[in-house]
Design a protein around this ligand. Structure first.
Ligand code: SF4
Length: 720
């Protein structure tokens, strides 16, 4: 035991639950962490990943310590100073922009970036370079939910908060496994259910996950049939009169078309397509009808789909026809996978957006931001390239240079072999990251070492719109710099110094906050100083609201901000009414056929995070699942002669993976499962990568890839 000498309040940098963490630093600089009992999101609890977070910064053996560059890829990397690295990068960017136009360059960023970093990259490329080519790995996990919210509620605005959990009596968890992927949120749901036996949980998932095991009802639907199920539930709700006609009449548009659509298919037909019983559909509808608090929670199972937006719309509709939104315990809750996916959305970190949920396609929004930034160029009116489009454009040479910040696309992109080819073909690649565990580092022309969690300050927004502050606690090793400083130094090298003349991350946040004045994302009442005092604040929180709060509120209560949206039933659409959307129940994923008869779904294991660049450094976390595996149903294994533990080859139309098989009846026959975390293994083989197999088909509106549905075949591996 060592005695803590200083304690710092910060936030976990893994999932979107956004747990508060106390970091204890002893006299020797050693760190330990514990859950912050005062933080409203986790009330002192941490999951296995959060409890071991300090190990990610205590060992610098694989850290990037100083800038490096090379003049061509046949040369080894050379250590250089910051000025040399950024001047060369600026020179290459300027040359490419002059010769090919601003869309020849691009940034690919991450939901793990802090809000200030996201904002500054967005400002640089959109307002100063003149291209909208910035996209984020959040495109791969929640962009379908963004579009779903916009089309129904008028804006990308999560209407609920974690405190709704204790007011809900029905949880419908769809395409999510919070027991593993949002563990502290799940513990809160479990505690609520334990104290209130009438509370029910429905889990909709083709796999029997730990979440499904805890549910009162598990619906193991066939992959891709989510809309069929949701529409059938909608049909029963309407037929049984379990809808709120007053709410529908007063606060929504589109009910007639919605009702017509859901009546197209009988419940029996829907159940048959989903592979479940009609009584199970009726049961869910009855529970919704009887509930006083209906909370739906979802993540990748709905979002990562070629029809991801329609899946979202079909679920959100169940809230709109029953009026279960804007009141305690009710609402559609898209859980974010990454710690700051929400913050990135707020500041314009997507290829189609500008700060405060403005849109690049909206001339008035562009004009507002051009004036605010004093942009030397016009903001481009066309959305930039989204994640998969960007790698396609690198592949065919339309984009010449890409700057990748804190994300590891050579593990996480769909059809990742093609993404790797694209990076190899790119004329110029900048990798800004914390460690050399990022698989992109060997392909870079310039490598920029970034400060990690605890080594820089800034803010993040969690899944319930809660903005929290992360202080700098320790110095970064070597010459690593905070990402926000790397960007403003680069902007100065590009000649934009006067508008990138910041001294601290707080300066950047204050500028972003000013840009939100009068919008639905108004955070003019929030500052770093206030967050240090109040721990966290849910947006919107305007300067006017802050003035009122401070005149009546005890500064110690922390009761500021906006926990729940639409309490007045006034939505963010032009006519203030929610828009019901009738959606076809088709799935347009790639078809299975005799060569590729099985459906592969990819996902996560409990103790790993994304591409393991952080969790892979923690020995304790590697113990849970030390190796990648393929889950395959015993019946499918038997016909293929596959035994438990046997090395198998998984093939799709795009590539192959070799892993050991685990026979499991936790998934439906015809379905198999691979975790997505693993990248290069010793010997530089990439045969661990689940995304060797996945398809680059995307939802046409959200541009989110179809990670949950790839046609594959599995055979015992035999050496050629
Ligand atoms: Fe971190 Fe998420 Fe675990 Fe909380 S639940 S400790 S935010 S990984």
């Amino acid at each position: 035991m060592h005695t803590p000498t200083t304690q710092h309040r910060t936030t976990c940098c893994y999932c979107g639950v956004g747990c508060g963490i106390l970091v204890n630093q002893d006299a020797n600089g050693r760190l330990t962490v514990e859950g912050d009992p005062q933080h409203p999101s986790n009330r002192g609890l941490l999951c296995s990943k959060g409890m071991n977070l300090h190990y990610t910064v205590m060992d610098s053996s694989d850290r990037l310590l100083y800038p490096q560059m090379r003049l061509n890829r046949s040369m080894p990397m050379q250590r250089v100073g910051w000025d040399a690295a950024l001047e060369r990068t600026a020179a290459v960017f300027r040359t490419l922009i002059q010769k090919y136009g601003p869309d020849a360059v691009a940034f690919y960023v991450s939901g793990q970036c802090l809000t200030e970093e996201y904002y500054l990259v967005s400002k640089l490329i959109k307002g100063f370079i003149g291209s909208n080519n910035i996209d984020t790995n959040s495109r791969l996990c929640m962009s379908s939910a963004v579009v779903g919210y916009k089309l129904t509620l008028g804006e990308d605005a999560v209407p609920v908060c974690y405190d709704d959990i204790e007011s809900a009596d029905l949880f419908v968890v769809a395409g999510a496994n919070p027991a593993w992927c949002h563990p502290i949120l799940w513990r809160r749901i479990e505690a609520h259910k334990a104290a209130n036996p009438h509370v029910r949980i429905v889990c909709i998932d083709p796999r029997r996950t730990d979440t499904a095991r805890s549910a009162d009802l598990h619906l193991p639907i066939r992959p891709g049939t989510d809309i069929v199920l949701n529409n059938a539930i909608g049909r029963v709700l309407i037929e049984q009169g379990w809808v709120d006609h007053d709410f529908i009449t007063s606060h929504t548009d589109g009910f007639a078309a919605y009702a017509t659509q859901v009546m197209q298919r009988t419940v029996a037909d829907a159940a048959d397509l989903c592979g479940i019983e009609p009584a199970q559909i009726e049961q869910v509808a009855r529970w919704i009808g009887q509930s006083t608090g209906f909370l739906s929670l979802w993540t990748m199972g709905l979002n990562q789909s070629v029809v991801g937006v329609n899946k979202n719309l079909s679920l959100i509709s169940l809230h709109l026809i029953t009026g279960r939104i804007g009141t305690p315990g009710n609402g559609p809750f898209s859980l974010t996978g990454q710690p700051n996916a929400m913050g990135g959305r707020e500041v314009g970190g997507l290829a189609n957006s500008l700060p405060a949920h403005r849109e690049v396609t909206n001339a008035a929004h562009r004009a507002e931001m051009e004036a605010f930034w004093q942009s030397p160029v016009k903001i481009a009116p066309k959305p930039g390239l989204t994640a998969t489009e960007l790698f396609d454009a690198l592949h065919d040479g339309r984009v010449k240079a890409v700057w990748i910040i804190n994300t590891n696309p050579l593990v996480s992109m769909p059809d990742v072999n093609r993404a790797e080819e694209a990076l190899r073909k790119a004329r110029f690649v900048v990798v800004q990251d914390v460690s050399n565990r990022a698989d992109t580092v060997p392909l870079a022309d310039v490598v920029l070492p970034a400060a990690a969690w605890l080594e820089k300050e800034g803010t993040m927004t969690n899944a319930e719109r809660r903005v929290t502050y992360l202080p700098k606690v320790i110095d970064a090793p070597g010459e690593a710099l905070p990402d926000v400083e790397i960007i403003w130094r680069f902007a100065q090298k590009m000649g934009f110094g006067s508008q990138f003349n910041y001294a601290t991350a707080a300066d950047v946040y204050d500028e972003y906050a000013r840009s939100t004045a009068g919008t639905n994302v108004d955070v003019t009442g929030i500052s770093h100083a206030l967050l240090r005092d109040r721990r966290s604040i849910q947006w919107p929180y305007s300067a006017a609201a802050r003035a009122v709060t401070e005149s009546v509120d005890d500064a110690d209560t922390g009761a500021v901000g906006t926990p729940r949206l639409f309490t007045d039933r006034q939505f963010y659409t032009p006519n203030r009414r929610a828009q019901l959307q009738a959606v076809l129940d088709e799935n347009t994923s790639e078809p299975t056929d005799p060569d590729f008869p099985l459906v592969l779904t990819t996902g996560r294991v409990r103790d790993q995070w994304h591409t393991m660049t952080k969790t892979g450094r923690v020995a304790k976390l590697m113990q849970h699942v030390p190796q990648p595996f393929l889950h395959i149903h015993p019946a499918d294994a038997q016909v293929r002669g596959i035994r438990e533990g046997q090395l198998v080859q998984v093939r799709s139309r795009r590539g192959e993976v070799r892993v050991n098989a685990q026979l499991s009846d936790d998934l439906r026959p015809g379905l198999c499962f691979l975790p997505m975390h693993w990248g290069k293994q010793p010997g530089n083989s990439t045969l661990n990568r689940a995304n060797n197999l996945t398809s680059s088909l995307v939802d046409p509106r959200s541009k989110e890839p179809d990670f949950k549905f790839a046609a594959v075949e599995v055979v015992p591996y035999r050496k050629p």
